[in-house]
Ligand binder design. Structure first.
Ligand SMILES: [Zn+2]
Length: 312
């Protein structure tokens, strides 16, 4: 069964340790390099050719030994970068009310292939398209990590987030299995309500993140974690599992936009917490809530960009 949870935790680190490396590491969009896409993508992928050395996480004096160890396990935060094209994942509807802008960060060892990412996003699109909400082009970064990340511990996950987050828009991390759960597929969202949970838990926060001190900026919200799926096409459970992936993407995004637990008792609704691939319904109330959330988070992002520009 896929298990879907929300919990509120808190954290923050120095915002984006290496994020702006991406700007100078970007080469040109590859227009004639579709050969490296596998046959299942059908032109859904736009590749970027990256130049320069692998991008590693910069170690800072705020990091304790756990955070340093985790950072050293990240060999390249941009091993591969590509876009999933919007026209490939949205149904064609005329009345587009809003766009979901989301970044995917994928561990290269997690079992998430390009095909699975495209298929899952298309399934998530089918849910949100009912509200006139479309996915925009999705930027995907594939991260090269060492064996340290085979089973992901919470502090390592947070470390990865701090090293790869580039905007205030939602980020979804496609990870390896985490020790605390046995399920093969589950999601977890940290929305902007979780900051309220920080109070009084400073020691626990620092223990989890491996940091020596509390950082001064709020940057860790609106992220979701989805654990990897290693099933292959020849596997008898592949189809079932893969269908569930798209619902999980839509489900976790709604925790972020709705800023709530938001679970429904109707088993056909995509916010039913018990799993299942047939969850495709979304109600008008949920549509309105998603629209509000998209606007809210866009506001943060605009504010962040403005602040960056003012600061030079
Ligand atoms: Zn949930």
């Amino acid at each position: 069964m896929d298990r879907t949870h929300v919990f509120y935790a808190f954290f923050v680190m120095t915002f984006v340790i290496v994020s702006f490396s991406k700007m100078h590491r970007y080469g040109e969009q590859a227009t004639d390099d579709f050969a490296r896409n596998n046959e299942f993508n059908h032109g859904c992928i736009v590749d970027y050719i990256l130049e320069g050395d692998p991008v590693q996480v910069e170690l800072t004096s705020a990091m304790g030994s756990a955070a340093i160890k985790a950072a050293k396990g990240i060999r390249d935060v941009e091993k591969d970068t590509f876009d999933i094209r919007a026209d490939c994942v949205n149904a064609s509807v005329d009345d587009v009310k809003a766009e979901i802008r989301v970044h995917y960060v994928v561990l290269d060892s997690s079992g998430w292939s390009r095909t699975k990412l495209v298929d899952a996003t298309r399934q998530a699109g089918r849910i949100y398209n009912q509200c006139g909400i479309h996915f925009s082009d999705i930027e995907v970064s594939v991260v090269d990590v060492d064996r340290h990340y085979t089973r992901v511990q919470m502090d390592e996950y947070f470390q990865l987030v701090s090293a790869t987050r580039t905007t205030a828009e939602p980020h979804i991390y496609f990870m390896n299995q985490q020790d605390v759960y046995d399920s093969e597929l589950w999601g977890l969202a940290y929305n902007d309500g979780f900051t309220r949970g920080l109070t009084g838990n400073r020691a626990e926060f620092m223990r989890k993140t491996g940091m020596q001190s509390l950082p001064d900026k709020k940057v860790m919200d609106n992220i979701a974690l989805i654990v990897g799926n290693h099933r292959e096409r020849e596997d008898r459970y592949y189809a079932h599992r893969t269908l569930g992936l798209g619902v999980t993407v839509a489900h976790e995004l709604f925790h972020i936009y709705g800023n709530c637990t938001c679970h429904e008792t109707n088993r056909k609704n995509f916010m039913f917490a018990g799993g299942g691939r047939s969850r495709s319904q979304i109600t008008p109330v949920q549509c309105a809530r998603a629209l509000d959330g998209i606007k809210r988070i866009r506001g943060y992002e605009n504010h962040r960009i403005m602040t960056l520009e003012e600061g030079g």
